[in-house]
Design a protein around this ligand. Structure first.
Ligand code: SAM
Length: 291
């Protein structure tokens, strides 16, 4: 029984962070004409109706995409993501939010291929219906971690794997680390993007130690914080570990987060200023493991 439904969270700060970066990673793969494979192991339903009662329950998109999508000063690096959001809202009112499958589908070229995995049977069916006419996109109702074993390496020999777990089971950090390490062994040249929520500092240190212990190199760590470190009521921030990032992606991500993080910060702006004055950034970009 899967309790998590992304409809409750669609378009929140974590989606903005993850999807803006995802769009840039996919575009970087297009610098070569050779085809790529995009694998989304925890795909959700693809497109979210923000007027749905679940999306309205906490209206998380109001502190996320609603703050960003029409901003006049959005930098060029955010534009491909915002274009994908605007394409789903042609009337100029924010009604729909594209999840990672829709963003990837919008950016793909004729030669590229997408694999979408979703464990929730109903959600997988909604997703399959959304892409039924596109033969470049396959949807499977399965465990995303098992799919990594079955689908890697891809025949294209280049691609991006997004592992975007809902973290609704105990020991998910361990499961994620093990699945990632095994997948990397099958496809060591692939780009991997692992999303994670910021939990208590001890748990985060243990997660980082586990990732470093895999011995995998070239892991860029990106984080965004929307609440102070002692905040416990809701998710205080999240991160993305990007393995084998495209050349220059560290700088691109840093300038994207420098713009996004203050906009998405949820506490009093004075708190954000204090954090910054103590050198506690609301975002971070660093190499967890280098060359
Ligand atoms: C955070 S949501 C995905 C959001 C989506 N990647 C996006 O960015 O639009 C996580 C999804 O994973 C699904 N899920 C949970 N456990 C899974 C598993 N073991 N394998 C595949 N999907 C799973 C949940 O049903 C949920 O739809």
């Amino acid at each position: 029984m899967l309790a998590y439904r992304h409809q409750f969270h669609a378009g929140n700060f974590a989606d903005v962070f993850k999807h803006a970066l995802l769009a840039q990673l996919l575009l970087a793969l297009q610098k070569k004409t050779a085809p790529y494979f995009y694998l989304d192991t925890h795909a959700g339903i693809g497109l979210y109706d923000l007027s749905h009662p679940w999306a309205q329950k906490n209206a998380e998109h109001e502190a996320g995409i609603a703050r960003v999508w029409k901003h006049p000063d959005a930098p060029a690096e955010i534009a491909p993501y915002l274009d994908a959001v605007r394409a789903e809202n042609p009337g100029g009112t924010l009604r729909s939010y594209p999840g990672s499958p829709c963003i990837a589908r919008r950016l793909m070229r004729a030669q590229d291929r997408i694999g979408l995995i979703e464990l929730n049977r109903k959600d997988a069916q909604v997703l399959a219906d959304l892409f039924v006419r596109d033969r470049r996109v396959t949807v499977e109702c399965a465990d995303g971690y098992q799919a990594l074993k079955a689908l890697l390496p891809p025949k294209e020999r280049r691609g991006l794997i997004l592992i975007d777990s809902s973290f609704d089971r105990a020991r998910e950090f361990d499961r994620l680390t093990d699945a990632y390490a095994a997948a990397y062994r099958k496809f060591a040249t692939g780009i991997f993007a692992l999303w994670y929520p910021l939990m208590e500092p001890a748990a985060m240190r243990a997660f980082e130690r586990g990732i470093v212990a895999t011995g995998i190199r070239k892991i860029l760590q990106l984080e965004i914080r929307v609440h102070a470190d002692d905040w416990k009521a809701t998710m205080r921030g999240c991160g993305l570990l990007v393995t084998n990032p495209p050349f220059g992606f560290d700088d691109t991500a840093a300038s994207m987060l420098a713009w996004l993080a203050p906009l998405l910060y949820e506490d009093d702006p004075a708190v954000a200023r204090t954090l910054r004055s103590r050198n506690m950034q609301t975002y971070e970009v660093k190499w967890l493991t280098g060359e």
